[in-house]
Design a binder for this molecule. Sequence first.
Ligand code: NAP
Length: 308
Amino acid sequence: MTATPIALAGIGKIARDQHIPALAADPRWHLAATVSRHAGVEGVDGFTGIDEMLAARPDIGAVSLALPPGPRFAYAAACLRAGRHVMLEKPPGATLAECHALVAMAEAAGVTLYATWHSRMAHAVPAARDWLAQHRLRRVEVAWKEDVRRWHPGQDWIWEAGGLGVFDPGINALSILTAILPVPVHLSAADLWFPENRDTPIAADLTFAHPEGAEVAAVFDWRQEGAQTWTVTAETDAGTMVLSDGGARLAVDGRTLAEGPDREYPGLYARFADLVADGVSDVDLAPMVHVADAFTLGRRRVTDAFVW
Ligand code: NAP
């Protein structure tokens, strides 16, 4: 098997934790270059600017962008204009319009655009989708509660406009919800809690309208210390399904139906390789629509200042 050269831009927390190990383990990819203003990977051709890399390495046909959503659009646009396949970290952009613009650019260039949702690759997500397809839904409660200091140490971009605040992890929950519900829901109300010294929310309560009347709600909170909660609970006519550990484990009425190791990022790179081979794109903006609606509909509440 010939490995395809790929460049990785944005060598920060998620690149080190997930992208670099996933690429190293995938025989279909070869990490041939990095783009990062301050960091690099030993033994890999390093560039500080995206235009410089695109000009110097015409042999690299694919670029994975692991930088925050704010600066990501300019990088993605440059890569697509240069005729390279592009893989986007979540969320796929700072705005929906940006994402639509990238889709049009990818189509015009005849290349693959892949908007990844790593949580959809969690082990038990397909089993949850299949189980819900067979039963009548009464109630869904999403609880995504984590410690921002543990997962985003010192990252000020998440508190700046466009950084999404608690929707940065919350959109992972929404990516699962939109993948497992048999019929789509839409947001009907939201309360967003903004620290008095920040531009993005630290917590959010969301209520959704379901076409068949099921109650659907989500609670996101970035102030949870100790044990972390990433759970979707669904009550149905055949029992209560709990998808926990961010989608890794599925149980119904306490009986485990599916559980497995974390293979989210290897799954993303395998899918990107398939999309490129098939000459198609995959850009599902459903999770981002809910986030945009929350900022449109959400009541603004002010809470305590946040300091690291
Ligand atoms: P990060 O460490 O703060 O940022 C990644 C890198 O992007 C930085 O090291 C920086 O590298 C580059 N960068 C930051 N701001 C930039 C700018 N204005 N212009 C150009 N480059 C810039 O963030 P992260 O946690 O890895 O998150 C990146 C993306 O991954 C986000 O969309 C996030 O939602 C997603 N993600 C994060 C996690 C997590 O646990 N943290 C999990 C899953 C997904 P240089 O300064 O060296 O250029």
